[in-house]
Each structure stands twice: as structure tokens, then as C-alpha cells.
Design a protein around this ligand. Structure first.
Ligand code: JA5
Length: 242
């Protein structure tokens, strides 16, 4: 997979070169290119924003700079691409979306700043390619860069070979619609807190049941919306008895 990121703060994307993602880039599983939007400005001030039509606070990112940048970035690789634009007004980014993105050959991220990017940029490219305006949560960041870090990590970890242990991607939170339950490791007792007995019993059936019960309890307590969204056949008799 190839990922391009266009931003006025390329340094914000440096974490993509670290650790797990850094190794994926190094082994060729993932190809990441970060581009400075200001490279496509032609004025001495390298202006990328201007006052909003209709008035209002803040500034809006100018369409012509984005158009030149995205035209060049898209032309640099023949693979079909999906344009992803993080914005507080976007559709929620979910684990399902991460799986859908992981199946793409190429993702191009446009990082907005200020009050966002002139809407005509999204409208223009949407006529010739898939364009997603996405949000990573119900809060507002200062720009799209942090959202890109979140999305790239969520997607890259699903790519075969990126994670050391492929099972963990299949068994992580949300894969069965529930939150992960608590996890423990050595020592057996830490500051007077003992690891739940069942986990040391070697009884795999009881362990699986205990883990399912903890996941259901935690999900019901923290994310009742996920319980409500479960398909009718998702809960068995033992689940319902909880
Ligand atoms: C959860 O927040 C986001 O995903 C988010 C993306 C962007 C882009 C901004 C500048 O246009 S502010 C902002 N917030």
C-alpha cells in the first residue's frame, strides 16, 4: 500500500517512521510519502489560506494551492487512490472503515488546518475518485495531522505482515463487537492484587467463558451502544444469563 500525506506541518507525521510503522515502511509493506503543501505556493509569503466568503472567524485553505498539490501527488503513482480528508464535520472513522482502507492500494490524506479546506477541493476530486471526509471523534483538533496518524496506525496494523502476531488483529476490541476485557501477566500477586484464579486454572473453557463475561460486563458498562448494535444472534444463553 502507498500512503501520501499533504500537510503544512510535515514534521507532525514523523511518528509514522517510528517502531511498528517504521518497520513496515522499511520492509516495503507500506510506502509513505509526506508532502509540504507550501511547496505548491508561488508567492513570497507561501500563503495557503484566506478569509472566508460570507465572513466568520478564522481562515479557509485556498483551493488553487490544494488543486496543484493533489494533481501532482495523484499523478506520481498510477495506482487508484482514495482521498481522505480528516475534518470535525466528517463521518465517524470506525474499525470497519480501517478494514476497508486496508484493502485499498493507495490512500492520499489531505490535512486541513484553520477552519478547513475550501469545499470545492473535495467536490472537484469527488467527481473522479472516492473522497471521504472523516472524523476520528466528537472533539475538534487543530488540524487533520493527528487524525491521519490515528487512521494510518489503525489501517497499517491490519496489513498482513505488519503486526508480529496476526491473531491479535483478529481478536482485538470491536472485532466481535465487544470491548476487550482485562488482561494480566506476571507476577501472580502485585501489591496485594492477585491475578483472577480462573486464568491460572488451565481450564480453557472456563477461561474463555470468564473472558467473555468480563468483555460483556465492560461493554455494557462503558459502551451500551455497542451492546445495542450487536446482531440478535450475537449473545448466547450464557451471555444473557450474565
Ligand atoms: C476529531 O477531529 C478531527 O478529526 C479533526 C480533523 C480536523 C481538521 C481541522 C482543520 O481543518 S480541525 C480537525 N479536527
Amino acid at each position: 500500500m502507498r500512503i501520501d500525506v499533504v500537510t503544512i506541518f510535515p514534521g507532525y507525521l514523523a511518528p509514522l517512521r517510528e517502531a511498528l510503522l517504521g518497520r513496515a515502511v522499511g520492509t516495503g509493506l507500506l510506502d509513505i510519502a509526506v508532502h509540504d503543501l507550501r511547496d505548491w505556493t508561488h508567492d513570497v509569503h507561501q500563503a495557503v489560506d484566506d478569509a472566508p466568503y460570507g465572513g466568520g472567524p478564522g481562515m479557509v485553505m485556498r483551493p488553487h494551492v490544494w488543486g496543484e498539490a493533489l494533481d501532482d501527488v495523484l499523478a506520481a503513482d498510477p495506482r487508484p487512490a482514495r482521498l481522505v480528508v480528516p475534518t470535525p464535520a466528517g463521518r465517524p472513522f470506525t474499525q470497519a472503515a480501517a478494514h476497508a482502507y486496508a484493502a485499498q492500494e493507495r490512500l492520499v490524506f489531505a490535512c486541513g488546518r484553520y477552519e478547513g479546506i475550501d469545499q470545492r477541493v473535495v467536490d472537484h476530486y469527488a467527481a473522479s475518485m472516492p473522497v471521504d471526509e472523516i472524523s476520528i471523534g466528537d472533539y475538534v483538533l487543530v488540524g487533520g495531522e493527528v487524525a491521519v496518524l490515528v487512521v494510518v496506525e489503525a489501517v497499517a496494523r491490519l496489513l498482513p505482515g505488519v503486526l508480529g502476531n496476526p491473531r491479535s488483529a483478529a481478536e482485538d476490541s470491536f472485532s466481535d463487537g465487544l470491548l476487550e476485557g482485562p488482561a494480566y501477566t506476571r507476577p501472580e500477586v502485585w501489591r496485594g492484587h492477585a491475578v483472577p484464579e480462573v486464568l491460572r486454572s488451565g481450564n480453557h473453557g472456563a477461561i474463555a467463558r470468564w473472558r467473555r463475561d468480563r468483555a460483556l460486563e465492560r461493554t455494557a458498562e462503558r459502551r451500551p451502544d455497542l451492546i445495542a448494535a450487536l446482531p440478535p444472534d450475537a449473545l448466547d444463553e450464557a451471555d444473557r444469563a450474565l
